[in-house]
Design a protein around this ligand. Structure first.
Ligand code: HEC
Length: 123
């Protein structure tokens, strides 16, 4: 194989690796996680992560039809997210169909089935 071919081949391999890393970083749940950990998300003053460390307590949220947060009922996951944005983060509601909402929901869905750290059985 000529030097040129080897160089070209390495270039192709490198670019495939980079674009794969780029794609993973830009998956909806990754973007949602970034928002989840951002105290300024939706104009708030607190990150979701402060009360739900690593998403704790939201592992079952993806399958729920009704939520009850701070004595109030929410009829959808989006409504629950907005409820926490306003009442916990002190921010402003985001559109139910907005990209940010889709990303946050994707992150919450990615938590499904994860065992909360505090509830893991001791060995
Ligand atoms: C000040 C603390 C606090 C902050 C900050 C907070 N939450 Fe919550 N959240 C709660 C409490 C309390 C509940 C109700 C009790 C529970 O289910 O854990 C709750 C419940 C939820 C639920 C429903 C869980 C279920 O399965 O019923 C979702 C979804 C949720 N929060 C999302 C978020 C998101 C998204 C953010 C950031 C925008 C956020 N929360 C920020 C305190 C907070």
């Amino acid at each position: 194989m000529s030097i040129l071919r080897i160089a070209l081949l390495s270039l192709i391999i490198l670019s495939v690796m980079f674009s794969a890393a780029f794609a993973i970083k830009h998956m909806p749940e990754e973007r949602g996680k970034t928002l989840f950990n951002d105290p300024k998300f939706a104009g708030g003053t607190k990150a979701c992560n402060e009360c739900h460390p690593n998403g704790r307590g939201l592992e079952k949220a993806a399958d729920k039809k009704e939520f009850n947060i701070m004595g109030k009922t929410q009829k959808s996951l989006e409504e629950a997210v907005n409820f926490c944005i306003v009442n916990a983060n002190k921010g402003k509601t985001i559109g139910v169909k907005s990209k940010q909402m889709k990303d946050i929901v994707a992150y919450i869905k990615s938590l499904k089935g994860k065992v909360p750290a505090a509830e893991k059985p001791m060995k």
